[in-house]
Ligand binder design. Sequence first.
Ligand code: F0G
Length: 452
Amino acid sequence: MSDWDFHTIIEPFRIKAVEAIPNLTRAQRERALHAAGYNLFKLLADTVTIDLLTDSGTGAMSAAQWSALMIGDESYAGSRSFVRFEAAVHRLTGFPYIFPVHQGRAAERILARTVLPPGSVVVNNTHFDTTRANVEQAGAHAVDLPVAAAADPTDTSPFKGDMSLPALDRALDSGVTLAMLTLTNNAAGGQPVSMANIEAVSARCRAAGVPFFLDAARFAENAWFIHTREPGFADVPLPTIARRMFDLADGCTISAKKDGIAHIGGVLATRIPEWADAFRNELILGEGFPTYGGLAGRDLECVAVGLEEALDPDYLRYRARSVAYFAERLESVGVPVVKPPGGHAVYVDAGRLFPHIPPEQLPGQAFAVAMYLEGGVRGVEIGSLMFPAARLQLVRLAMPRRVYTQAHIDYVVEVAARVVARARSVPGYRIVTEPPFLRHFSATLEPLPTGG
Ligand code: F0G
């Protein structure tokens, strides 16, 4: 599809606007961290040098997006920007009923409140936390059916985001209300789902009469992995691959803050007319009139442009290569990472890096804090602080889209190398205060004495 045969994969853009990043002294970082109770969510962004907390809403918009923003039509009903948004989503997905929402979880909330009676069951390769929370809020059960390879950070299978088909068969036998596939599978390392798996899940759901939705927040990255890793797709254009994924489903939720490369926005879409009626009513109740949902007209414009830019092969080649490069460099300085690297982030296996810190002393948090202290790098713990029963002690270093260059990444690797060099003196942590749920967002912590 492309004849790029250079070893160097370049950023497929030049930079027109820049934003200064903070550069603090170590003493300033120590003070900021202390004031934040050793919780990186509580740091002011002005104290962070390289912010890898999330790839959500943190991307750099293109000149085309910024100029589209300026021509946004803020009419309450029937705005030109909605027409453009609807056409872009329709071109991408083929779904006839399309609703704008303010972000992904708003789509999940509408879906859960309208089609999930209490006691019903939703299966997913792995529910993202907000999806699970919305399903459970409706009184339904959220069941994860990942393949076995997803649990092994050293397994290099190409499609570790797949759903287990034997597990799906068993679930369908005992009753399922809605099946979902999360593309890529964020909660399981940003791993892609193969077209073969989407087809198999779709066929089984159709046979069982169970509606099947995609959580397509990272549809473009998933399409790229199908294009580059799955036999038969090397010559298929990316929009065709994406369309085939959506064609296999009855609807989708999308957070446009990821592959929409927008700062805010989301989509709920379906081909089921009765569900569309229910979505529309719920949308009006909580988000807004159906031609703007939870967004301004200018936001609809940015999403419409971003959804198309995300499928540019030059962009996706650079994106996948950047994440893989980051993972390779981290490994080369002795940082264990989940393999293969995902589409939007590198997941560090802090449990393996810090064998002297037991899970209850939060090795993931220890790595995340050490990266901040050493060089002002912010990642997010995905281990026993976030999920007390976690089996792996991971830290996600997410890559905002089109924001950081190779030099920024080389700097982060240098910071990580310094953490590795003093790994044995890195302390564990204990929780001082914690809220009743989602404790990672607001808990306060303190370092435990070392060497004892
Ligand atoms: N689905 C997936 C797979 C996600 O990764 C997210 C958000 C959502 C749904 C919810 O979308 O934030 O627009 O409401 N993930 C972000 C992250 C927060 O950091 O991974 P939202």
